[in-house]
Design a binder for this molecule. Sequence first.
Ligand code: ATP
Length: 280
Amino acid sequence: MSASVVTARKVGYATRGKVLIDDVSLTLAAGQLTAVIGPNGAGKSTLLRVLAGELACSAGTVHYGGEDARTLPPWRLAARRAVMAQTARLAFPFSVREVAALGIDGIGRGLTRERRRAVVTTALEKAEVAHLADRIYQTLSGGEQQRVQFARALVQLSAGREASADQVLFLDEPTSHLDMSHQLQLMDEVRGLTASGVATFVTIHDLNLAAAYADRLVVMCGGRAVAQGGPHEILTTALIADVFGLDSRIGEPAPPGSAFILPHAHAEKRRSLRNGATGA
Ligand SMILES: Nc1ncnc2c1ncn2[C@@H]1O[C@H](COP(=O)(O)OP(=O)(O)OP(=O)(O)O)[C@@H](O)[C@H]1O
């Protein structure tokens, strides 16, 4: 069995009297890709931020190895885990290379200048943004910015590896702005990192990507983890219909020549639009 890198026990998080996640227990293991799915507002990002130590849980515990995340010094936490957030706005006109290099801040002091540059260059290449290295980050498209943020997280992991072998990469909807080719390319990179022993944790809306790449799925709904397990045991028609509030017949056969299976609710709307209805 793979070694546990992060262990959450009965974790809850509440703010201003509102419970955002409740009673979540899970383990992130070395060499395992965990994907979190669930409807908007289910608590996926909050769970990610609690596990990553960005938010202190208000109930339960999060441990990195034997250490409580709340007491880990920031630089040690930064060496053990990298986070690719859902959105990242920058106030100043940094170049792409400078943004990626932010991943080294605080943890890469022991690296030579050449080594730092090599770490950043490799990450830019892996995220397929090396050709944009000298561009100003704010001038990039949404998808390009997302890939730069992925590069920044890869830089942080590479720099942190000198201090810690047990690492975890958290990605909050990393493919939301990416075209299909870059979605697969990014997930392939994440899969490769996972194969090298990193524990990876991805929140994602695309159930097909989740099923294709994850070793383990966590289904969040109403702040609770309502199901956990392998994609094939978890992604049942009944569970998807229940959690996402869809018609119980989730899929319809793909049209000839199409690569997609459309959710039934969307298919109904598409049919009514095709027949001249308003679709409202
Ligand atoms: N600081 C906050 N104060 C109050 N409510 C919050 C706060 N942060 C998040 N929430 C609420 O908590 C719930 C869970 O938010 P969260 O971002 O974790 O959901 P999510 O599953 O990631 O959603 P999405 O798929 O839309 O990204 C939402 O209803 C959100 O409005």
